[in-house]
Design a protein around this ligand. Sequence first.
Ligand code: NG1
Length: 548
Amino acid sequence: MAAELPIPIFTTLNDALGDLQTAAVQASRWNDVAEEFEKRFGKKPAYIARAPGRVNLIGEHIDYVLFGCLPAAVEQDILMACGPSSQASGSPGSVTAQNLNPKYTPKTFVPILKDATMPLTTEQKEAEGSVHPESWYLDIDKRELRWESYVKAGYYGVLNRFFPPSSSERPVPIDLLVTGSVPAGSGLSSSAAMVVASTLSFLAVNNKLGNLTKGQLVEMAMENERRVGVNSGGMDQAASVISTPSSALYITFFPFLHAEPILLPVLRTNPRAVFVCANSLVVSDKAVGAKTHYNLRVVETLVGARILARHLNVPLQATERPTLRQVLGRWLGYKEVKGQPTELDTDKLKAGLEKVLPELEKLRPAGRGDNEELGLTMEEMIRESGLDEAVFNEVYLSWVEVEATHFQIYKRAKHVFEESLRVIEFRAACLRAADASRGGDLPESVLRELGGLMDASHVSACKFCENSCPEVDELVRIAKEAGAYGSRLTGAGWGGCTVSLVAEDKVDAFIERLAATYPAYKDLEGEALKQVIFATKPSSGACVLKLE
Ligand code: NG1
């Protein structure tokens, strides 16, 4: 199984680049970061860790609810050259982190090993939050977006997992140089790529890569990224770590992480198509906007799961916090056995989703008339949950900060279940196409079917998940006018990128049309334009190049 394979460690650049489509272009970036590392730190790096961004083809805002999604790694990636610090006097575990992009200023930081004689200041405790009462502490500022926070997030997990206070072993001081080609805040998961690359770098330099599996690295990176303040699901980290070329990854999270490469024959068999990413250039700062956007969706879907469970007569304990996926499973009568393969295969899951959809009408806010759009007030939501206020606050609000006057329980659940169904249909269409393509060309209807699912996903983003924005909607509209089979917002939303499925022989015209029509592209040309609209081929997942 893909998640059980070890992290690839290469010893030559050619092997590391083997799977990448544009090896020549990529090779110069690896060489540049290694040479620059040597110039800045006076010795060659010991390792270069690579982690790619990802484009989600379909299945948005459902990973944290534990439904499957279908992303693919992109070629754009984060490279981190790293090695033990050349400064002999560096404190244990101190880090000098630099970035090839001069916009990100160099940072030096030292992790603190907490003990009874050195309690944290109130400020430090607040910054850390109550969810991570651990041995090692690094101050991650969650109030503003800082590039080094992602480096620290990766480091946190390595420190706390591999350097227990009881051991006499201490982390080595590290020099690190970062370069990245994943545009930040664009929905292509630059944050997950940073955290995966940073986790890998600290593991490698401390000689802790051992027999770590891809699945274990995903779990670590997921936990690490939560330290930056977003209660994300695991899609990005899994895509960045486990992806394989030419395939999307069907990732499911329940009862445990499972990843299945799904070949994309539409990219290889006539009539061929490609996925084109277009950046709206609206930067969505997920960490800073978390309480009104991302984390609010997390809470709305969790509370929705409890309210739905009440309507479906699924008994819940007061203090548990199951997701919509878990409530569906229990309603259908499947037992949750941790560590056992999921009892709901995709056919059963599909049937279950179709069965539950009509039930969602029970979640519509009652007696609102024309004001149904408004959703539930906090008071109404607590009442609907059947919990008393103190318990509700403890279970649903004590671990996360959210801000809203009304909560959209019905709309979010509707999005989650329908989007999950679309993922299953998209996967099935790809599998059918793989079968059909063995006999020759693909029927064009496959492309139209995939495109139709992508379009429907975008409508749901606008109507029910409400995570799009006018600029992204404009890009989707132009993409459809320019002949895309389908086009949708990809990633968390509130800005970022669209992904469109476009016939291969129309890609140039498609890109020209977007470039001429989308207002924010008006003054862009050449390289600058290529950075914001590009056709992408599924790339391989994270790896480490060992240089010494
Ligand atoms: P991006 O696009 O990287 O912000 C986020 C979450 C995913 C997933 C998507 C929405 C993180 C690291 N990633 O992705 O887990 O929930 O939104 O589908 O927060």
